[in-house]
Ligand binder design. Structure first.
Ligand code: FMN
Length: 163
């Protein structure tokens, strides 16, 4: 059975709900074993034992979240040359932008020679004031549906061997 790993970080819950939607849809596809792991817990061996990945992070201070970056910093060289060609997707939770986090993440994935098999998804929570940013997020059903499509696409593609 093919293995899909979702590596994520979330501070106020938005990205976590995006991951929940993607994971639920991905688990609905036969033939793929889907696991989620928080970025701070993810080690190179977790990555090595998976066949495909979804990376999910908030954009914080015009960058991917520091915990997510620390995961990439920790795993980049141990995995370089060992995961080439594996499929991935990226999901970003942003208050207003998200493009810098997407760019950074895709650049690292390109360095690993991973294969982007679906457009990266940016979900905007429209949190811009201090109060809005610090409050727990609620991801809308429409946005959850988009995350579900990312999870289902990766999962089904892996199971069918199309990537
Ligand atoms: C320290 C900090 C910095 C942030 N900087 C940005 C930013 O540069 N661009 C942006 O679009 N959103 C920014 N945000 C908003 C978050 O991306 C937004 O609240 C998102 O929904 C958080 O996802 P989470 O609920 O998974 O933590 C920032 C939030 C925090 C806490």
């Amino acid at each position: 059975m093919k293995k899909l790993l979702i590596v994520y970080y979330s501070y106020t819950g938005g990205t976590a709900q995006m991951v929940e939607a993607a994971a639920q849809a991905g688990r609905g596809e036969d033939g793929t074993d889907l696991r989620t792991i928080r970025a701070e817990d993810c080690q190179p061996e977790d990555m090595l034992s998976a066949d495909g990945y979804i990376f999910a992070t908030p954009e914080n201070l015009a960058a991917m979240a520091g915990v997510m970056k620390a995961f990439f910093d920790r795993c980049y060289y141990p995995l370089l040359g060992k995961i080439e060609g594996r499929p991935y997707a990226a999901m970003i939770c942003a208050g207003s932008d998200g493009e810098n986090a997407q760019r950074q993440l895709e650049r690292i994935a390109t360095g690993w020679r991973l294969k982007k098999v679906i457009d990266s998804l940016i979900i905007c929570t429209h949190a811009q004031t201090k109060q809005e940013i610090l409050v727990s997020k609620i991801i809308s059903d429409t946005d959850r549906q988009q995350c579900a499509e990312t999870g289902a696409t990766l999962s089904a593609g892996l199971a069918m061997g199309v990537f």
